[in-house]
Write a protein that binds this ligand. Structure first.
Ligand code: MN
Ligand code: MN
Length: 315
């Protein structure tokens, strides 16, 4: 998870918290083809790499940050949230891939399952982890970033980007019942819905046009998705986080009043969501990853202790 401080004047700083935005459930079964489909939500044109980089560069390049501070604060704080979404989707892909192969002598082809999966990069290029690419293996690219410098046009683009992202999440949800993928998508549908609403409200303030009248796009409530319901019940559709202890608080000038869909009050939370643990992936000897055994590690640890002048018995 990422958090930001010092919006302008001092430049931008990032601080990192060793948590995921939510806890991801682990499943006994692997679904490598589900992982391949979920790649679209990470490195596709409408994936989390795109939302992150669009808002990140728009916020770095923003003109008149002071004069238009509420808009700058909105794009900057959502940037930090999107970094956490990249981390969440990456971990969901890793967990969907866990358990496809087995540790064995190379001559018995322990990676044989990998050759019949849709994305062989997962087995050959990476050690069964997420690639920075889409569901067809195409690498994510910087041309997916739109930053005209015209505030209304950039906000309109962001509204469109979030609606496209929501469409893809709904379709990937319909493609797999894998519990890890579904938990992640349920959460991101709710947070994406919040971002759609936030950009709609920003556009209404800037132009007077009520974008919320055309929502939701697609026209289906988040509650139709089982794993989204508990996040809706937690009120996450009404909360925007500053992702900073001190900065970006002017998002409250945009994020206030009631949710036009439910009538519930909108709330700005100072800081980050509580978060959950980051999964620790087991070693994969058949991928030579990480390639350092427990025995090797003990030798390295002893060498480091001696180099630091710490006697063996102290550690
Ligand atoms: Mn996102
Ligand atoms: Mn978003």
């Amino acid at each position: 998870m990422l958090s930001t401080t010092h919006g302008w004047g001092d430049g931008e700083l990032f601080t990192r918290i060793a948590k995921l935005q939510i806890e991801l459930p682990r499943s006994k079964y692997a679904d490598a083809n589900a992982a391949a489909a979920v790649q679209e939500l990470l490195g596709g044109r409408f994936g989390e790499m795109s939302t992150l980089n669009n808002y990140m560069f728009q916020s770095h390049n923003f003109r008149q940050k002071r004069k238009l501070k509420p808009f700058y604060d909105l794009v900057a704080s959502i940037t930090a949230e999107e970094m956490g979404h990249v981390e969440l989707v990456t971990n969901a892909i890793n967990l969907c891939l866990t358990g496809t192969t087995f540790a064995a002598n190379p001559n018995v082809a322990p990676l044989q399952e990998g050759k019949d999966k849709r994305n062989t990069y997962h087995y050959i290029v990476n050690a069964q982890t997420a690639i920075v690419g889409d569901s067809m293996g195409k690498a994510w690219e910087g041309s997916y970033v739109f930053n005209s410098g015209n505030l209304v046009l950039d906000l309109l683009h962001n509204f469109f980007l979030e609606c496209g992202a929501r469409t893809h999440k709904m379709r990937v949800y319909e493609m797999s019942e894998h519990p890890t993928a579904r938990e992640m998508i349920g959460y991101l549908l709710v947070r994406g819905g919040t971002h759609i609403m936030a950009y709609a409200k920003a556009l209404e303030i800037a132009t007077g046009v009520d974008m919320t009248k055309m929502l939701p796009i697609p026209n289906l409530d988040n509650r139709a998705f089982e794993t989204a319901r508990k996040f809706e019940d937690m009120g996450l559709a009404n909360k925007l986080f500053t992702f900073s202890e001190y900065d970006y608080r002017d998002i409250k000038l945009i994020w206030n009043g009631n949710n036009p869909k439910t009538g519930e009050p909108l709330e700005v939370i100072i800081g980050t969501p509580e978060g959950g643990p980051i999964p620790d992936l087991e070693d994969l000897p058949e991928e030579f990853a990480p390639g350092i055994s427990q025995e090797d590690f003990m030798k390295i640890a002893k060498r480091l202790q001696r180099a630091a002048g710490i006697p063996d018995e102290d550690c």
